[in-house]
Design a protein around this ligand. Structure first.
Ligand SMILES: Cc1cc2nc3c(=O)[nH]c(=O)nc-3n(C[C@H](O)[C@H](O)[C@H](O)COP(=O)(O)OP(=O)(O)OC[C@H]3O[C@@H](n4cnc5c(N)ncnc54)[C@H](O)[C@@H]3O)c2cc1C
Length: 438
């Protein structure tokens, strides 16, 4: 028996790797390069559509713990990410092209994975299937999925621009990581004094935005963690100075002082020829991005390799329809994986793909699903998708707030996170060991 998987993004690739590594013939359907979503640009699998950061690396951080749990469960993407990393201080950032290329090669060369190119128009039925078509699922399939699952929820997600290194004015830019943590060449910093910041801020909040279908700027349902910089700026003159432009932990070598505000540029590729504007996801018109971001010292003549864009990001009302193993309650042979299940973020999407792939394999073998304990980051995310939280269902990324408290409270945050991570990994070993023995 084979398993069909639709979508070779982050979740679909992890799912396919799991099913194939469990010895199951896997039919993987991907519409690229025949058709591209508005945010996807390259033909490769596991494309990162915005930032090249997979967030923190330390196991004692929520994002680091998630990656460590995935690694222990046999993830494909986590080792590929480490192999394609570029300097990024305490974060794991990757050369997005090298990363996608490596994942694509691994998937295409697996003897049990058979890749089919073309848009899938209907939800697969019969046998075991996984739908991992992401927040930008093509229209025909999205229509069917959402009528099958009783409608959809959505918000808006934006991507940040990327500029070429050679177009930067290096007389104004300095390289340094915040507080000297990590490699100094990971970030370039564009420092601003008070006057420069105020002039920039004034233009930013008045700049012309690109129209987005159905987007009401009076009540923008944007994801707080990926909010367009101009919308964040509209909340107050200092909001971005305490957000993406915070100058803490940095000293401008030209003045010897902490700047009033800083834009950080993070390396995009191993060669260091491209940099992205950290936290500057935006929906400004392209000409306005050039004009307004060009006011930032160092970016006066910046050449944009990619402009920022904003897109609708659609997901299921999962607590109404999904089980914690990511299968549909009304059809246990049909699994969903990735951002469409209401997890938020690259690695969270991949983790749900891993679990959907693993449980689809177990179902094929007639075994009970593996639902990890909620003390693990993946277990907590799975339960969140299946049960939701307080109030209307909102996408959720990895964070320690979704794990149950420790039996013995620890006041110090670092120590508490370390204890939560230790408990998670211990419980993960036990659950996956028990499951391997069953
Ligand atoms: C604009 C935008 C910016 C984002 N920025 C970030 C960020 O900076 N950091 C972060 O952590 N997360 C970000 N996200 C959220 C999320 O992490 C990503 O969307 C992530 O790629 C989701 O993984 P996925 O596997 O669910 O979907 P995807 O990676 O999008 O994969 C889905 C795949 O399915 C294919 N597909 C779609 N429809 C069909 C069909 N009908 N037939 C066949 N194939 C199909 C697509 O071509 C794609 O390859 C962003 C999302 C958006 C929309």
């Amino acid at each position: 028996m084979s398993i069909r998987i639709v979508g070779a993004g982050l979740a679909g690739c992890e799912a396919a790797w799991q099913t194939a590594e469990h010895g199951i013939e896997t039919e993987l359907y991907e519409m690229k390069p025949a058709r591209f979503s508005p945010a996807h640009k390259s033909a490769g699998f596991a494309e990162l559509v915005c930032s090249n950061s997979l967030k923190a690396e330390r196991v004692e951080s929520a994002a680091g713990l998630l990656k460590e749990e995935m690694r222990r469960l046999g993830s494909l993407l986590v080792p590929c990410a480490f192999a394609c990393r570029v300097p990024a201080g305490g974060a794991l950032a990757v050369d997005r092209d090298a990363f996608s290329q490596m994942v694509t090669e691994k998937i295409r060369s697996h003897p049990l994975i058979h890749v089919h190119t073309g848009e899938v128009l209907t939800v697969p039925h019969g046998g075991i299937n996984i739908v991992a078509t992401g927040p930008l699922t093509s229209d025909a399939l999205a229509g069917e999925i959402f009528s099958l699952c009783g409608g959809s929820l959505s918000f808006y997600d934006a991507a940040a621009p990327i500029v070429t290194a050679e177009s930067l004015n290096m007389d104004r830019v300095f390289s340094a990581s915040r507080y000297g943590r990590g490699e100094d060449d990971a970030y370039l910093n564009c420092p601003m004094n008070k006057e420069e910041y105020e002039a920039f801020y004034n233009e930013l909040v008045h700049a012309e935005r690109a129209p987005v279908h159905g987007f009401d700027t009076a009540d923008p349902k944007v994801y707080e963690g990926c909010m367009p910089v101009e919308i964040m700026a509209g909340r107050g003159a200092d909001t971005i100075r305490f957000g993406p432009m915070k100058p803490v932990g940095l000293r401008d070598p030209q003045t010897g002082h902490r700047p009033w505000a800083v834009l950080q540029l993070r390396r995009e590729n191993a060669e260091g020829t491209l940099y992205n504007l950290v936290g500057f996801q935006t929906n400004l018109k392209f000409g306005e991005q050039k004009r307004v971001f060009g006011m930032i010292p160092g970016l006066e003549h910046a050449e944009f390799a990619r402009f920022g864009v904003m897109h609708r990001n659609t997901f299921l009302n999962s607590p109404e329809v999904l089980s914690p193993d990511f299968s549909l309650r009304s059809d246990p042979g049909l699994f969903f994986a990735g951002q469409i299940t209401g997890v938020e973020g690259y690695m969270e999407s991949a983790a749900s793909g891993l679990m959907a792939g693993l449980n689809a394999s177990r179902r094929t073998a007639g075994e009970d699903p593996l639902v990890l304990p909620e003390t693990t980051m993946i277990g907590a995310l799975s339960r969140y998708a299946a049960s939701g939280g307080e109030g209307p269902f909102q996408p959720m990324g990895a964070n320690f707030g979704i794990l149950p408290s420790l039996d013995e409270p620890i006041r110090d945050k670092r120590e508490r996170y370390a204890a939560l991570a230790e408990r998670a990994l211990k419980d993960l070993e036990k659950a996956s060991g028990d499951c391997a023995r069953s």
